[in-house]
Design a binder for this molecule. Structure first.
Ligand code: NAD
Length: 393
Protein backbone atom coordinates (compact mmCIF):
# COMPACT_ATOMS: atom_id res chain seq x y z
CA UNK A 1 0.00 0.00 0.00
CA UNK A 2 1.29 3.41 -0.93
CA UNK A 3 0.46 6.85 0.34
CA UNK A 4 -0.37 9.20 -2.52
CA UNK A 5 -0.27 12.91 -1.64
CA UNK A 6 -2.21 15.08 -4.06
CA UNK A 7 -1.79 18.86 -3.84
CA UNK A 8 -4.54 20.73 -5.68
CA UNK A 9 -5.84 24.28 -5.95
CA UNK A 10 -8.81 25.18 -3.72
CA UNK A 11 -12.41 24.67 -4.84
CA UNK A 12 -14.38 27.66 -6.15
CA UNK A 13 -15.46 29.93 -3.30
CA UNK A 14 -19.11 29.18 -4.13
CA UNK A 15 -18.58 25.44 -3.79
CA UNK A 16 -17.70 22.56 -6.06
CA UNK A 17 -19.99 22.53 -9.13
CA UNK A 18 -22.34 19.65 -9.99
CA UNK A 19 -21.83 18.18 -13.44
CA UNK A 20 -23.35 19.06 -15.88
CA UNK A 21 -25.94 21.46 -14.48
CA UNK A 22 -23.47 24.03 -13.14
CA UNK A 23 -21.24 24.01 -16.22
CA UNK A 24 -21.37 26.18 -19.35
CA UNK A 25 -21.24 23.14 -21.65
CA UNK A 26 -22.26 19.48 -21.43
CA UNK A 27 -19.38 18.01 -23.41
CA UNK A 28 -15.81 18.63 -24.53
CA UNK A 29 -14.44 17.39 -27.88
CA UNK A 30 -13.19 13.79 -27.87
CA UNK A 31 -9.60 13.68 -29.14
CA UNK A 32 -7.21 10.78 -29.63
CA UNK A 33 -3.87 12.14 -30.91
CA UNK A 34 -1.58 15.15 -30.59
CA UNK A 35 -0.19 16.72 -33.80
CA UNK A 36 3.04 14.69 -33.70
CA UNK A 37 1.10 11.42 -33.56
CA UNK A 38 1.63 10.89 -29.83
CA UNK A 39 -1.56 9.44 -28.39
CA UNK A 40 -3.49 11.17 -25.66
CA UNK A 41 -3.15 9.41 -22.29
CA UNK A 42 -4.19 5.76 -22.31
CA UNK A 43 -5.10 4.74 -18.74
CA UNK A 44 -6.96 1.46 -18.35
CA UNK A 45 -10.04 3.44 -17.25
CA UNK A 46 -11.10 6.85 -15.96
CA UNK A 47 -13.62 7.63 -13.22
CA UNK A 48 -14.61 11.15 -14.29
CA UNK A 49 -16.47 12.87 -17.09
CA UNK A 50 -14.18 14.96 -19.30
CA UNK A 51 -15.24 18.57 -18.80
CA UNK A 52 -15.62 18.23 -15.01
CA UNK A 53 -13.54 20.38 -12.67
CA UNK A 54 -10.79 17.94 -11.68
CA UNK A 55 -7.89 20.18 -10.66
CA UNK A 56 -9.41 21.51 -7.45
CA UNK A 57 -9.51 19.68 -4.12
CA UNK A 58 -12.96 18.08 -4.54
CA UNK A 59 -12.15 17.00 -8.10
CA UNK A 60 -9.21 14.87 -6.83
CA UNK A 61 -8.09 14.43 -10.46
CA UNK A 62 -10.71 11.67 -10.52
CA UNK A 63 -8.24 9.34 -8.76
CA UNK A 64 -9.87 8.31 -5.47
CA UNK A 65 -11.93 5.32 -6.65
CA UNK A 66 -9.02 3.80 -8.57
CA UNK A 67 -6.42 4.33 -5.82
CA UNK A 68 -8.59 3.09 -2.95
CA UNK A 69 -9.74 0.03 -4.93
CA UNK A 70 -6.05 -0.80 -5.37
CA UNK A 71 -5.52 -0.50 -1.60
CA UNK A 72 -3.64 2.80 -1.61
CA UNK A 73 -4.21 5.80 0.61
CA UNK A 74 -5.08 9.11 -1.08
CA UNK A 75 -4.53 12.35 0.83
CA UNK A 76 -5.69 15.53 -0.91
CA UNK A 77 -4.54 18.90 0.38
CA UNK A 78 -4.29 22.49 -0.75
CA UNK A 79 -2.27 24.13 2.05
CA UNK A 80 1.23 23.97 0.61
CA UNK A 81 3.34 26.97 1.71
CA UNK A 82 4.85 28.36 4.86
CA UNK A 83 6.06 26.67 8.00
CA UNK A 84 3.84 23.90 9.30
CA UNK A 85 1.79 23.60 6.12
CA UNK A 86 -0.28 20.47 5.46
CA UNK A 87 2.23 19.74 2.71
CA UNK A 88 5.17 19.74 5.13
CA UNK A 89 3.24 17.49 7.50
CA UNK A 90 1.97 14.98 4.94
CA UNK A 91 5.06 14.61 2.73
CA UNK A 92 7.19 12.88 5.37
CA UNK A 93 5.67 9.43 4.69
CA UNK A 94 4.31 9.94 1.16
CA UNK A 95 5.40 7.47 -1.53
CA UNK A 96 3.94 9.53 -4.38
CA UNK A 97 3.46 13.31 -4.59
CA UNK A 98 1.31 14.82 -7.31
CA UNK A 99 1.19 18.57 -7.88
CA UNK A 100 -0.01 20.95 -10.58
CA UNK A 101 2.09 23.90 -11.81
CA UNK A 102 -0.92 26.22 -11.36
CA UNK A 103 -0.68 25.62 -7.60
CA UNK A 104 2.84 24.30 -7.30
CA UNK A 105 3.86 22.32 -4.23
CA UNK A 106 7.50 23.39 -4.12
CA UNK A 107 9.61 20.29 -3.50
CA UNK A 108 12.77 21.98 -2.28
CA UNK A 109 15.95 20.05 -1.38
CA UNK A 110 15.01 20.44 2.30
CA UNK A 111 11.57 18.95 1.74
CA UNK A 112 12.98 16.13 -0.38
CA UNK A 113 15.33 15.39 2.51
CA UNK A 114 12.35 14.90 4.86
CA UNK A 115 10.30 12.86 2.36
CA UNK A 116 12.02 9.58 3.16
CA UNK A 117 9.53 7.32 1.31
CA UNK A 118 9.19 9.44 -1.81
CA UNK A 119 9.69 7.46 -5.01
CA UNK A 120 7.94 9.51 -7.67
CA UNK A 121 6.84 13.14 -8.05
CA UNK A 122 4.25 13.54 -10.77
CA UNK A 123 3.42 16.87 -12.36
CA UNK A 124 -0.23 16.85 -13.37
CA UNK A 125 0.45 19.12 -16.32
CA UNK A 126 3.76 20.25 -17.83
CA UNK A 127 6.75 21.95 -16.24
CA UNK A 128 8.46 20.29 -13.27
CA UNK A 129 10.60 23.22 -12.10
CA UNK A 130 8.68 23.27 -8.79
CA UNK A 131 10.63 20.10 -8.01
CA UNK A 132 14.32 20.59 -7.30
CA UNK A 133 15.48 18.26 -10.06
CA UNK A 134 19.06 18.09 -8.80
CA UNK A 135 17.87 16.90 -5.39
CA UNK A 136 15.43 14.48 -7.03
CA UNK A 137 18.33 13.03 -9.01
CA UNK A 138 20.49 12.75 -5.92
CA UNK A 139 17.73 10.84 -4.10
CA UNK A 140 16.85 8.63 -7.07
CA UNK A 141 13.31 10.02 -7.18
CA UNK A 142 11.52 9.75 -10.52
CA UNK A 143 9.94 12.96 -11.81
CA UNK A 144 7.33 12.61 -14.54
CA UNK A 145 4.89 14.98 -16.22
CA UNK A 146 2.04 14.61 -18.67
CA UNK A 147 3.88 15.79 -21.74
CA UNK A 148 1.68 17.43 -24.40
CA UNK A 149 -1.43 17.32 -22.18
CA UNK A 150 -1.95 21.08 -22.13
CA UNK A 151 0.58 22.33 -24.69
CA UNK A 152 -2.11 23.24 -27.22
CA UNK A 153 -4.26 24.87 -24.55
CA UNK A 154 -1.27 27.09 -23.69
CA UNK A 155 -0.65 27.85 -27.37
CA UNK A 156 -4.27 29.05 -27.70
CA UNK A 157 -3.89 31.26 -24.64
CA UNK A 158 -0.63 32.64 -26.06
CA UNK A 159 -2.22 33.62 -29.36
CA UNK A 160 -5.12 35.20 -27.48
CA UNK A 161 -2.76 37.28 -25.34
CA UNK A 162 -0.67 38.37 -28.34
CA UNK A 163 -3.85 39.71 -29.98
CA UNK A 164 -5.15 41.19 -26.73
CA UNK A 165 -1.91 43.17 -26.30
CA UNK A 166 -1.32 44.27 -29.88
CA UNK A 167 -4.93 45.33 -30.50
CA UNK A 168 -5.22 46.73 -26.92
CA UNK A 169 -8.35 44.72 -26.15
CA UNK A 170 -8.40 45.20 -22.37
CA UNK A 171 -8.73 48.99 -22.58
CA UNK A 172 -11.31 48.82 -25.37
CA UNK A 173 -13.43 46.33 -23.43
CA UNK A 174 -13.23 48.50 -20.34
CA UNK A 175 -14.45 51.53 -22.28
CA UNK A 176 -17.40 49.50 -23.63
CA UNK A 177 -18.30 48.18 -20.16
CA UNK A 178 -18.06 51.64 -18.63
CA UNK A 179 -20.53 53.10 -21.15
CA UNK A 180 -17.98 55.16 -23.10
CA UNK A 181 -17.70 55.69 -26.85
CA UNK A 182 -14.53 57.72 -27.36
CA UNK A 183 -13.14 55.87 -30.37
CA UNK A 184 -9.96 57.94 -30.54
CA UNK A 185 -9.13 57.08 -26.97
CA UNK A 186 -9.96 53.44 -27.56
CA UNK A 187 -7.58 53.10 -30.51
CA UNK A 188 -4.63 55.24 -29.51
CA UNK A 189 -2.61 52.11 -28.63
CA UNK A 190 -4.27 49.71 -31.07
CA UNK A 191 -2.17 48.08 -33.82
CA UNK A 192 -2.54 45.23 -36.32
CA UNK A 193 -0.52 42.06 -35.85
CA UNK A 194 -0.34 41.67 -39.63
CA UNK A 195 3.15 42.35 -40.93
CA UNK A 196 4.82 42.31 -37.51
CA UNK A 197 7.95 40.30 -36.67
CA UNK A 198 7.10 37.68 -34.07
CA UNK A 199 9.83 35.77 -32.19
CA UNK A 200 9.34 32.43 -30.50
CA UNK A 201 11.76 31.63 -27.68
CA UNK A 202 11.95 27.83 -27.59
CA UNK A 203 10.22 25.89 -30.32
CA UNK A 204 9.11 22.81 -28.42
CA UNK A 205 5.54 21.54 -28.38
CA UNK A 206 4.04 24.88 -27.33
CA UNK A 207 6.40 27.05 -29.37
CA UNK A 208 5.70 25.12 -32.57
CA UNK A 209 1.96 25.21 -31.94
CA UNK A 210 2.20 29.00 -31.57
CA UNK A 211 4.16 29.24 -34.83
CA UNK A 212 1.51 27.19 -36.63
CA UNK A 213 -1.38 29.21 -35.18
CA UNK A 214 0.19 32.62 -35.83
CA UNK A 215 1.38 31.93 -39.39
CA UNK A 216 -2.04 32.68 -40.97
CA UNK A 217 -1.98 36.20 -39.48
CA UNK A 218 0.58 37.25 -42.09
CA UNK A 219 3.39 37.79 -39.60
CA UNK A 220 7.13 37.27 -40.13
CA UNK A 221 8.17 34.42 -37.86
CA UNK A 222 11.51 34.13 -36.05
CA UNK A 223 12.66 31.65 -33.41
CA UNK A 224 15.52 30.33 -31.35
CA UNK A 225 15.92 27.01 -29.56
CA UNK A 226 18.77 24.79 -28.43
CA UNK A 227 17.85 22.60 -31.38
CA UNK A 228 17.23 23.90 -34.86
CA UNK A 229 13.99 22.70 -36.43
CA UNK A 230 14.10 20.61 -39.65
CA UNK A 231 14.75 22.63 -42.82
CA UNK A 232 11.40 21.67 -44.36
CA UNK A 233 9.57 22.96 -41.24
CA UNK A 234 11.49 26.25 -41.37
CA UNK A 235 10.61 26.60 -45.06
CA UNK A 236 6.94 25.80 -44.55
CA UNK A 237 6.54 28.65 -42.04
CA UNK A 238 9.21 30.93 -43.54
CA UNK A 239 11.00 30.85 -40.19
CA UNK A 240 14.14 32.87 -39.48
CA UNK A 241 16.41 31.02 -37.02
CA UNK A 242 18.54 33.04 -34.57
CA UNK A 243 21.46 31.55 -32.67
CA UNK A 244 20.28 32.82 -29.28
CA UNK A 245 17.72 35.00 -27.54
CA UNK A 246 19.99 38.05 -27.71
CA UNK A 247 19.96 37.90 -31.52
CA UNK A 248 16.27 37.07 -31.62
CA UNK A 249 14.92 39.95 -29.57
CA UNK A 250 16.64 42.67 -31.61
CA UNK A 251 14.66 41.69 -34.68
CA UNK A 252 11.11 41.38 -33.47
CA UNK A 253 8.01 43.28 -32.38
CA UNK A 254 6.45 40.47 -30.32
CA UNK A 255 8.24 37.87 -28.21
CA UNK A 256 6.54 34.72 -26.95
CA UNK A 257 8.35 32.59 -24.36
CA UNK A 258 8.10 28.78 -24.20
CA UNK A 259 11.27 27.42 -22.57
CA UNK A 260 11.26 25.52 -19.30
CA UNK A 261 12.58 27.28 -16.20
CA UNK A 262 16.16 26.09 -15.71
CA UNK A 263 19.43 27.59 -14.46
CA UNK A 264 19.97 28.82 -18.02
CA UNK A 265 16.60 30.52 -18.48
CA UNK A 266 16.01 31.98 -14.99
CA UNK A 267 16.06 35.78 -15.15
CA UNK A 268 16.80 35.79 -18.88
CA UNK A 269 14.35 38.60 -19.62
CA UNK A 270 16.35 41.22 -17.71
CA UNK A 271 16.83 44.99 -18.07
CA UNK A 272 19.80 44.61 -20.37
CA UNK A 273 18.02 42.26 -22.78
CA UNK A 274 14.84 44.35 -22.75
CA UNK A 275 16.86 47.47 -23.62
CA UNK A 276 17.98 45.84 -26.88
CA UNK A 277 14.41 45.26 -28.10
CA UNK A 278 12.57 47.58 -30.47
CA UNK A 279 10.79 50.33 -28.53
CA UNK A 280 7.18 49.31 -28.09
CA UNK A 281 7.77 45.56 -28.26
CA UNK A 282 5.33 43.16 -26.63
CA UNK A 283 6.10 40.06 -24.54
CA UNK A 284 3.80 37.13 -23.85
CA UNK A 285 5.27 34.67 -21.34
CA UNK A 286 3.18 31.61 -20.49
CA UNK A 287 6.31 29.56 -19.64
CA UNK A 288 7.41 30.49 -16.12
CA UNK A 289 7.34 33.82 -14.28
CA UNK A 290 10.94 33.54 -13.05
CA UNK A 291 12.25 33.58 -16.65
CA UNK A 292 11.50 37.31 -16.48
CA UNK A 293 13.04 39.77 -14.03
CA UNK A 294 9.97 41.07 -12.20
CA UNK A 295 11.08 44.68 -11.75
CA UNK A 296 12.76 44.97 -15.15
CA UNK A 297 9.40 44.17 -16.78
CA UNK A 298 7.62 46.80 -14.67
CA UNK A 299 10.27 49.43 -15.48
CA UNK A 300 10.18 48.65 -19.21
CA UNK A 301 6.39 49.06 -19.29
CA UNK A 302 6.57 52.30 -17.32
CA UNK A 303 9.24 53.76 -19.59
CA UNK A 304 7.46 52.66 -22.77
CA UNK A 305 10.31 50.38 -23.85
CA UNK A 306 7.71 47.61 -23.75
CA UNK A 307 4.22 48.37 -25.09
CA UNK A 308 2.68 45.40 -23.31
CA UNK A 309 3.32 42.29 -21.24
CA UNK A 310 1.06 39.29 -20.76
CA UNK A 311 1.22 35.72 -19.65
CA UNK A 312 -0.22 33.60 -16.90
CA UNK A 313 2.84 32.64 -14.90
CA UNK A 314 4.22 34.40 -11.84
CA UNK A 315 6.91 33.90 -9.22
CA UNK A 316 5.95 32.72 -6.69
CA UNK A 317 2.54 31.13 -7.13
CA UNK A 318 0.06 32.09 -5.91
CA UNK A 319 1.36 35.63 -6.46
CA UNK A 320 0.92 37.96 -3.48
CA UNK A 321 -1.96 40.44 -3.76
CA UNK A 322 0.53 43.30 -4.12
CA UNK A 323 2.62 41.70 -6.88
CA UNK A 324 3.42 44.60 -9.23
CA UNK A 325 2.49 42.61 -12.34
CA UNK A 326 -1.15 42.81 -11.24
CA UNK A 327 -1.20 46.58 -11.68
CA UNK A 328 1.70 47.51 -13.99
CA UNK A 329 0.67 49.53 -17.07
CA UNK A 330 -0.45 47.79 -20.26
CA UNK A 331 -0.45 44.31 -18.80
CA UNK A 332 -2.93 41.62 -19.79
CA UNK A 333 -1.94 39.07 -17.17
CA UNK A 334 -4.14 36.22 -16.08
CA UNK A 335 -3.62 33.95 -13.12
CA UNK A 336 -2.04 30.61 -14.07
CA UNK A 337 -4.93 29.25 -16.12
CA UNK A 338 -3.79 28.60 -19.68
CA UNK A 339 -2.99 24.94 -19.13
CA UNK A 340 -5.89 24.12 -16.85
CA UNK A 341 -8.93 24.68 -19.01
CA UNK A 342 -11.54 21.99 -18.37
CA UNK A 343 -10.48 19.88 -21.40
CA UNK A 344 -6.81 20.20 -20.39
CA UNK A 345 -7.67 18.96 -16.89
CA UNK A 346 -9.27 15.84 -18.41
CA UNK A 347 -6.09 15.18 -20.41
CA UNK A 348 -3.63 15.56 -17.57
CA UNK A 349 -5.86 13.76 -15.06
CA UNK A 350 -5.97 10.78 -17.44
CA UNK A 351 -2.20 11.06 -17.95
CA UNK A 352 -1.59 11.11 -14.20
CA UNK A 353 -3.66 7.95 -13.88
CA UNK A 354 -1.70 6.32 -16.72
CA UNK A 355 1.58 7.15 -14.95
CA UNK A 356 0.26 5.78 -11.63
CA UNK A 357 -0.97 2.57 -13.27
CA UNK A 358 2.43 1.98 -14.85
CA UNK A 359 4.31 2.95 -11.70
CA UNK A 360 2.31 0.60 -9.44
CA UNK A 361 2.53 -2.24 -11.98
CA UNK A 362 6.31 -1.81 -12.20
CA UNK A 363 6.07 -1.03 -15.92
CA UNK A 364 8.32 1.50 -17.65
CA UNK A 365 6.72 4.95 -17.96
CA UNK A 366 6.33 6.42 -21.42
CA UNK A 367 9.73 8.02 -22.19
CA UNK A 368 8.02 11.26 -23.20
CA UNK A 369 6.57 11.56 -19.68
CA UNK A 370 9.97 11.25 -17.97
CA UNK A 371 11.94 14.20 -16.64
CA UNK A 372 14.36 12.43 -14.30
CA UNK A 373 14.70 8.74 -13.49
CA UNK A 374 17.36 6.61 -11.83
CA UNK A 375 19.46 9.61 -10.85
CA UNK A 376 19.65 11.23 -14.28
CA UNK A 377 17.65 13.27 -16.79
CA UNK A 378 15.58 11.00 -19.00
CA UNK A 379 13.09 11.23 -21.86
CA UNK A 380 11.69 14.76 -22.24
CA UNK A 381 13.87 15.85 -19.32
CA UNK A 382 17.04 14.91 -21.20
CA UNK A 383 15.91 17.02 -24.15
CA UNK A 384 14.30 20.01 -22.46
CA UNK A 385 15.85 20.33 -18.96
CA UNK A 386 19.34 18.81 -18.92
CA UNK A 387 22.30 21.17 -19.27
CA UNK A 388 23.72 18.96 -22.00
CA UNK A 389 20.47 18.59 -23.90
CA UNK A 390 19.88 15.67 -26.24
CA UNK A 391 18.07 16.05 -29.56
CA UNK A 392 14.49 14.78 -29.55
CA UNK A 393 14.16 11.28 -30.94
P1 NAD B 1 8.86 21.04 -24.65
O1 NAD B 1 9.68 20.17 -23.81
O2 NAD B 1 8.10 20.44 -25.79
O3 NAD B 1 9.71 22.25 -25.25
C1 NAD B 1 10.69 22.93 -24.54
C2 NAD B 1 11.66 23.52 -25.56
O4 NAD B 1 12.53 24.41 -24.86
C3 NAD B 1 12.54 22.47 -26.23
O5 NAD B 1 12.45 22.62 -27.63
C4 NAD B 1 13.95 22.81 -25.72
O6 NAD B 1 14.96 22.51 -26.66
C5 NAD B 1 13.82 24.30 -25.45
N1 NAD B 1 14.81 24.83 -24.52
C6 NAD B 1 15.08 24.41 -23.26
N2 NAD B 1 16.04 25.18 -22.72
C7 NAD B 1 16.37 26.12 -23.63
C8 NAD B 1 17.31 27.18 -23.66
N3 NAD B 1 18.09 27.45 -22.59
N4 NAD B 1 17.39 27.93 -24.77
C9 NAD B 1 16.62 27.68 -25.84
N5 NAD B 1 15.72 26.67 -25.89
C10 NAD B 1 15.57 25.90 -24.78
O7 NAD B 1 7.82 21.74 -23.64
P2 NAD B 1 6.45 22.50 -23.96
O8 NAD B 1 5.29 21.56 -23.85
O9 NAD B 1 6.60 23.31 -25.20
O10 NAD B 1 6.40 23.45 -22.67
C11 NAD B 1 7.40 24.42 -22.47
C12 NAD B 1 7.28 25.05 -21.09
O11 NAD B 1 6.04 25.76 -21.00
C13 NAD B 1 7.20 24.04 -19.94
O12 NAD B 1 8.49 23.63 -19.51
C14 NAD B 1 6.49 24.82 -18.88
O13 NAD B 1 7.39 25.55 -18.08
C15 NAD B 1 5.62 25.80 -19.67
N6 NAD B 1 4.19 25.40 -19.60
C16 NAD B 1 3.31 26.31 -19.09
C17 NAD B 1 1.98 25.98 -19.00
C18 NAD B 1 0.97 26.96 -18.48
O14 NAD B 1 -0.11 26.54 -18.05
N7 NAD B 1 1.24 28.25 -18.53
C19 NAD B 1 1.52 24.71 -19.41
C20 NAD B 1 2.45 23.85 -19.98
C21 NAD B 1 3.78 24.19 -20.06
Amino acid sequence: MAKVLLVLYPDPVNGYPTFPKDYARDTVPALTDYPNGQTLPTPEAIDFTPGELLGSVSGELGLRKYLEAAGHELVVISDKDGADSDFDRELVDADVIISQPFWPAYLTPERIETAKNLKIAITAGIGSDHVDLKAANEHGITVAEVTYSNSLAVAEHTVMQVLVLVRDFVRQHQIAVEGGWNIAEAVERSYDLEGMDVGIFAAGRIGRAVIERLAPFGVHLHYTDRFRLPAEYEEKYNLVFHENIEALVKNIDVLTVHAPLTDETAGLLNAELLSTMRRGAYIVNPARGAIADRDAIVNALESGQLAGYAGDVWAPQPAPADHPWRTMPNNAMTTHTSGTSLPAQAKYAAGTREILEDFFAGRALRPEYLIVEGGTYAGTGAHSYAKQAQPAR
